[in-house]
Design a protein around this ligand. Structure first.
Ligand code: PLP
Length: 414
């Protein structure tokens, strides 16, 4: 349950009118509900309480410092994938023993930085990566923990771009390679393999693929008499964008806990979207209306540079008017498109909405995950502002970029 609800005709985030924030901060604009973030974090934590899991929020889904700090203060750890995400993690002063570091292409300086900070685990994705981490740790006279990311080759019904646990993707290592790595682990004196990691994809609506992936991995450990302490099952829990009926945290836990109990391994999770997805919206303003052929277009002031999910994954996001019109009005079908010079620049297609006019505000729902973090400056457009709402108060937690920000670091001669 999120806290973006109508009171009379106005959309509110917690106890603040969305229209008021848009008026004061401008558009395009991301708005996050602090108490929705906390609710979602507590839901997954409490559902799995029996296993005392370490919940590492996936920074890539929403890396705003205010979001990270909110979750870290509530006890969350962080799942990171780059030196930049580690930098953010340090700024919010997360306990380093609550950081897990994934990603197929870690660089030497990123690895050393993470070793220096004392993170809990590197989730390694290749044999060569393990060798490099071991070398770095040896040079630094440190010992580090490793979890091997195994690609369990399970079928997941989600968009191909967010499927990561099937054979043929670049993620993790197959069972045969994992076995070879375990067999050669004596060589790596400074990098001890203490866990296994899986992350099979994103927006997964039922627990079955998780169950089969976990079963496969546990069977692998048992068959090969491999002993580790940690089982990291990644993220990937799906959420409601429109008519989906995803598993609840409780039903997920019911399916997963028996397996974890039997394995006696310590549990780690890396949810992103489940916590941040429905904790945020993007607000945009209608610039122009036009009709071409049979289509009604609404041109808004945010584009694929601000929110790329519809263009990249054909993701469906519910669009709501920030202020509802009076009475029961006839609806029109609109394509809601941005100002970017690409035909793929759209936020929604064929949506039935009450007649819109210039200046109206629209809310793109469920934009809290992979929204701002995937935004860019394409077409030299400054990135949007981000705001966090906590009950009756709101705070700008990221200022809108300026044209000066756009050219920062650029040089030319003559
Ligand atoms: C290794 C890893 N963990 C966790 C996540 C978070 O996934 P989600 O936001 O679907 O929970 C991702 C997303 O890509 C990932 O790659």
């Amino acid at each position: 349950m999120h806290r973006f609800k109508y009171r009379a005709r106005s959309l509110y985030c917690e106890d603040v009118k969305v229209a008021r924030i848009a008026r004061e901060v401008g558009t395009p604009l991301y708005i996050y509900s602090k108490n929705t973030l906390l609710d979602h974090y507590r839901k997954i934590r409490d559902a799995l309480r029996e296993a005392s899991p370490l919940i590492c929020f996936s920074v890539k889904s929403n890396s705003n410092l205010a979001v990270l700090k909110t979750l870290v203060n509530a006890g969350a750890g962080l799942d990171i994938v780059s030196g930049g995400e580690l930098y953010r993690a340090k700024l919010v002063k997360v306990d380093p023993r609550k950081i897990v570091y994934a990603g197929v292409g870690k660089k030497r300086d990123e690895i050393m930085d993470a070793i220096r900070y004392g993170i809990l685990f590197f989730n390694i994705e290749s044999h060569e990566e393990l060798a490099l981490i071991n070398r770095c740790a040896r040079e630094m006279k440190r010992k580090v923990n490793i979890a091997i990311r195994i690609n369990p080759d399970v079928q997941v019904s989600t968009h191909g771009y967010i499927t990561t646990g099937m054979g043929g993707t670049k993620f993790g290592v197959d069972f045969k390679t994992a076995k070879a790595i375990f067999r050669s682990s004596w060589k790596y004196r400074n990098a001890k393999i203490r866990g296994v990691h899986i992350h099979i994809g994103s927006q997964i609506l039922d627990a079955r693929p998780f169950q089969s992936a976990i079963k496969k991995v546990l069977r692998f450990l048992e068959t090969n008499k491999i002993f580790v302490e940690y089982l990291n099952i990644g993220g990937g829990l799906g959420i409601v964008y429109s008519l989906e009926k995803p598993q609840t945290a409780l039903s997920f836990a019911k399916k997963i806990l028996p397996l974890v109990r039997k394995s006696k391994l310590k549990l780690i999770l890396e949810p992103g979207r489940f916590i941040s997805g429905n904790s945020g919206i993007m607000v945009t303003k209608v610039l122009f209306r036009k009709k071409t052929g049979q289509k009604n277009f609404i041109i808004v002031d945010s584009g694929m540079n601000d929110f790329i999910r519809p263009s990249l994954y054909e993701a469906y996001h519910t669009v709501r008017p920030v202020t509802k019109s009076r009475g029961r009005l006839k609806k029109t079908r609109y394509d809601i498109v941005g100002p970017i010079c690409e035909s793929g620049d759209f936020l929604a297609k064929g949506r039935a909405l009450p007649a819109l006019k210039q200046g109206d505000l629209l809310a793109i729902m469920g934009a809290g995950a992979y929204g701002y973090t995937m935004s860019s400056n394409y077409n030299s457009r400054p990135r949007a502002s981000e705001v966090m709402v906590d009950r009756k108060k709101f705070l700008v937690v990221k200022k809108r970029e300026t044209y000066k920000d756009l050219v920062k670091g650029e040089l030319f001669r003559g």
